[in-house]
Design a binder for this molecule. Structure first.
Ligand code: HMG
Ligand code: MG
Length: 295
């Protein structure tokens, strides 16, 4: 029951670089993004409108947006009113809001409780939809919280339903700290498919414990056909201690292509894109496909 094609949402320029120790020169980020687009990426998180004091890596958001918008779907992350006001000053038409299932995580990440964030975001989402924006909601700590441990499936489903009732176009359900196993993934996504038949569901896996690729396969079996992935496997939330990179775009695309599932992505060009930023990073690229195929 596997699909014939899968959509890849590239999060490398945002999730991948937000946690990078070295501050990447803006021109290198822009070159990376352009190369990823040349590889056939049609949906991408470009950057985020968050506090440059909290996440200095995203301080150049405006320059990145100005140089990278095109006819494909380009997301900018924004957690609050200030972020949305910054978005309105740009030509970007797709936004990702983000909230944690875990109150403790949300507080560490956005300095608000989950309910305070929902209170702030509720009118904002209505406004964004009225203005014609594509809205995705990223649901952090959908499996485990780095501070509070295992989350309840019912709480995740309830938060997702709350967003769906506000009219979001897509939910990206995240294993923020890479603790989920394939059984938990299958169970949650099966429930979400039933609870939210009208909303696009996307899976977002971090690979902290090496289970992300298995979790992708498990989500596929549960009927998920959209995945957030990061070129080179970079990534991690600065406020989720111990969390490492996202599942690598090239490893996911390789697995899918080997199984006859189309993505529209040219793997050789993904490798070229990673090669642009590798010399500027604080650590080597660890993805299996890149290690085999880079020079
Ligand atoms: P705060 O300190 O509570 O904010 O931070 P505040 O409202 O009290 O304002 C303090 C200052 O920040 C003010 O500036 C505001 O203007 C400014 P000052 O007067 O001191 O000069 N400010 C902003 N500046 C720019 N853009 C904004 C903004 N908002 C306020 N949007 C805040 C609250 C949300 C800003 C802060 O906590 C923050 O920036 N957090 C960053 C969180 C983040 O980027 N996390 C990583 C992304 S989420 C993620 O990675 C998870 C995901 O991948 C899925 C998964 O894996 O789980 C999506
Ligand atoms: Mg993430």
């Amino acid at each position: 029951n596997l699909p014939n094609s899968v959509s890849i949402i590239e999060v490398g320029p945002r999730d991948g670089l937000q946690n990078e120790k070295n501050l990447l020169p803006t021109e290198e980020k822009i070159a990376f993004i352009h190369k990823l687009k040349e590889a056939g990426i049609k949906e991408m998180e470009l950057t985020s409108f968050v506090s440059p004091k909290w996440v200095p890596q995203m301080a150049d958001a405006n320059d990145v947006i100005t140089n990278c918008l095109d006819e494909t779907r380009n997301f900018v992350l924004a957690p609050n009113r200030k972020g949305i006001d910054r978005l309105y000053e740009t030509a970007c038409k797709a936004v990702a809001v983000f909230v944690g299932v875990s109150e403790t995580f949300n507080k560490k990440n956005i300095n608000k409780t989950t309910s305070e964030s929902m209170e702030e975001l509720t009118p904002i989402i209505g406004e964004l939809k009225e203005k014609g924006y594509f809205v995705r909601a990223c649901i952090s700590t959908s499996f485990y919280c780095p501070y509070d441990g295992k989350m309840n499936e019912e709480d995740v489903v309830r938060l997702c339903q709350q967003f769906a009732s506000l009219g979001v176009d897509e939910l990206s359900v995240a294993d923020t700290n890479g603790m989920a196993n394939p059984q938990e993934v299958y169970s949650l996504f099966t429930k979400l498919k039933v609870a939210l038949p009208e909303t696009l569901l996307t899976a977002h896996f971090h690979d902290t414990r090496g289970m992300a690729i298995a979790n992708v396969f498990s989500a596929l079996q549960a009927g998920i056909t959209r995945f957030d992935t990061s070129a080179g496997g970079l990534g991690g939330c600065p406020f989720a201690p111990g969390a490492t990179g996202n599942v690598a775009t090239e490893d996911v695309v390789f697995m899918l292509h080997q199984m006859g599932i189309e993505t529209g992505i040219d793997l050789t060009k993904v490798v070229d894109a990673i090669a642009v930023i590798e010399p500027h990073l604080s650590r080597p690229i660890e993805s299996k496909y890149y290690r085999l195929h880079s020079n």
